[in-house]
Design a protein around this ligand. Sequence first.
Ligand code: AMP
Length: 463
Amino acid sequence: MTNENTLPGKDSGELSGFAALGITGALLKATHAAGFTEPKPIQAQAIPPQMEGRDIFGIAQTGSGKTAAFALPILSKIIALGTKRRAKTTRALILAPTRELAVQIEDTIKILAKGAHVSTALVLGGVSRFSQVKKVAPGVDILIATPGRLTDLVREGDLILSDTKWLVLDEGDRMLDMGFINDVKRIAKATAPDRQTALFSATMPDEIAELAKGLLKNPVRIEVSPHSTAAVEIVQGVVFARTKQKRQVLSTMLADEAMKSVIIFSRTKHGADRVTKDLERDGFKAAVIHGNKSQNARQKALNDFREGSVRILVATDIAARGIDVPGISHVVNFDLPDEAESYVHRIGRTGRNGMDGIAITLCDPSENSKLRQVERIIRTKLPIVADHLGSPDPLRNPAEKNERFEPANDRNGRRDGRRPGGEKKRFGDKPAFAGERKPEGAKPFKGNNKRRFGGKRPAARAA
Ligand code: AMP
């Protein structure tokens, strides 16, 4: 809520809001113009120590407001120092695991820096390298980059990081999942030794704790959401259906107009394409986003979804990472993710800013162990919304009572593959993922452990 005392120019005698955190002048004005009047908890906690020059280790998800939490102190310092850049250098570097997240970060920074003379540039895979080299040639204030393309530019001598005094690593856990961790370490090593560093991660696997130890100096640790716990506003449920039934179950669900803005997660790129094609065959308009799509196609899919010209977005975990589209009413997990923690990220796309959100997971019996892992992580048993396991035709299954797919209050349903009539599941059922491709990003990137800047470049990856 807007607090009059936080508005710039209001002489209240006492500072509050972002002004109390040390944000001043044009930056404070632009921050308010962006609609940010009251700092979010992560901003209130992370901005003051960064203004004092401290390193930050933040456990926070996208949606927490972490972009402004790291961007405002950097902008503030760059503005105070004035224009001072050498050719081919960047004063601040923000590393993001995906192109979409990088674009989103730059958009936010541009809004926050409106009216201040701060230059930004993007360095991403999948788009013209030439224009990026041209953009960084005179030197920039803030560079937002994915690690693969950035490594390329540094190796070729098109970018020098020795003047980089601020380094931000966003979504560290996803960098790890995508096999970027060695690139990240090398990039950090090439920056100024007296730099200030902020590391953000939604979860804290051991490797991230190790990375933090290596990169951060006496960091202030900030945690804004409990570790691996899904947001409370999201109503969650599971629908048991065999893999071959899922298409029909999904189309039946989507016929419900209550599903206004839906993101459907698929474990694999191939699976995402197949789900999209099936939906189109069933008469639904859907956009798809995954690592094999060109940057333009990804951005168009995201824009169409954001603007509401399509209400269904099919995505893989990695491509959807960091996507912040307000007003997503439903998340559907067409299949369970390989890593249970991804479930938390997936469902976190809905239930934002206090709005209601519903997350439905379609589960084949072969995915039961993954479902149990998810439940262990979120410390909740998912209520059963519908159970189609006893019926070859989900539409004729009497177990399907919840027309709007709102989870029932209790869950006395079966979790061990038993059919509604108490009949045991048939062992030897074809595994759901037989013949499917490897999940996107699940395999750590190999072959670059010994690579240094100047070394041979391995095959390109999707960023
Ligand atoms: P982020 O986690 O940085 O992606 O931010 C999530 C969303 O919160 C974005 O849509 C921001 O525009 C919004 N946001 C961030 N900080 C504030 C704030 N202090 N007041 C209102 N909205 C904010």
